[in-house]
Design a protein around this ligand. Sequence first.
Ligand SMILES: NC(=O)c1ccc[n+]([C@@H]2O[C@H](COP(=O)([O-])OP(=O)(O)OC[C@H]3O[C@@H](n4cnc5c(N)ncnc54)[C@H](OP(=O)(O)O)[C@@H]3O)[C@@H](O)[C@H]2O)c1
Length: 333
Amino acid sequence: MINRRILLKSRPTGIPGEHNFEQDEIPAAPPGMGELFVETLYISIDPAMRSWIAQTSGYTAGVALGAVMRAGGIARVLSSRAEGFAPGDLVQGRTGWQSHPTLLGRQTQKLDLSLGSLEDWMGPLGTSALTAYFGLRDIAALKPGETLLVSAAAGGVGQIAAQIGLIDACHVVGIAGGPEKCAFLRDTLGLHAAIDYKAENDLTAAIRRACPEGLDVYFDNVGGPTLDAALANLRDDARVAICGRISQTVAAEPYGIRNLGGMGARRIALRNFLVFDYHDRYNEARAWLAARIREGKLHQKLHILDGLDTAPMALGMLFKGENTGKLIVKAGG
Ligand SMILES: NC(=O)c1ccc[n+]([C@@H]2O[C@H](COP(=O)([O-])OP(=O)(O)OC[C@H]3O[C@@H](n4cnc5c(N)ncnc54)[C@H](OP(=O)(O)O)[C@@H]3O)[C@@H](O)[C@H]2O)c1
């Protein structure tokens, strides 16, 4: 059997794309002791991948030139020499951008399909959803009735954060790029308001119109000028969960935040976080998310591209705002 792989060819200077990757095919490796041989079904496409392939990597070691692109995914076990796994099992693990990898059993989890479907495990039970959960529960300590603003609200993390706010009976406003995304936020997800940041000359004023009493919580996925506009609208004791700063990842010049004055006197908290630090509590979050899915209160639009070949192009889409929903690649099955 052949393993089709996508390898890192060069490090991107701006938005990554097909030019940074190359493909090859090698004979698939039989599993060694403690390993599984799998067919990749779905691959998650995440903004963090841009930092993994940059010259200086962020929170984890980078991908070497010539190596298979790193990625999390869902796969079907074809053969196993790892305890607890059998052919046919559906698993979540470090598939990378390859069709038939060998995975380490100790880094792979069997999917609990009593919690949700295979697709749910890429969406409202996946890492983006866990990020939204811990960002709002632990970092922002969102309380019922508060006013919540979410940026990149039509994206993977943002959609879930916004819906958790609705479930918590909060006043929820989303920021997204373009009228279609804003209509999706209002009409499909049921947000109280949506702001198209690309159509606003004065984002600070637009947030004030949507949230005249000010923000209790800002869930920040984008950083830059959007963060600045949100900071100008915070109430006393507000919390800002800094989840990501995608607007700055490929920016030519870093944006200097201006509206930090008075935060101390007003007891405002800004806090970064990494979802992986909550690994020991993933089951707690998934139990809560699964219950909300069953109640019909939590949905996630998946943006699915077909074929492993699309992965390099898909990565670039995140930085151009071309995805609506959690971006994933269907690699097989
Ligand atoms: N802290 C953690 O542990 C953790 C874990 C996962 C993800 N994250 C972060 O969470 C954020 C969202 O990730 P995701 O996977 O859910 O991606 P996503 O929101 O599905 O996709 C990225 C979105 O970012 C928006 N965007 C891109 N460039 C922008 C710019 N210059 N200015 C403003 N918005 C821009 C686009 O939406 P619009 O069309 O609406 O602009 C795009 O669709 C990212 O910053 C990511 O790094 C953090």
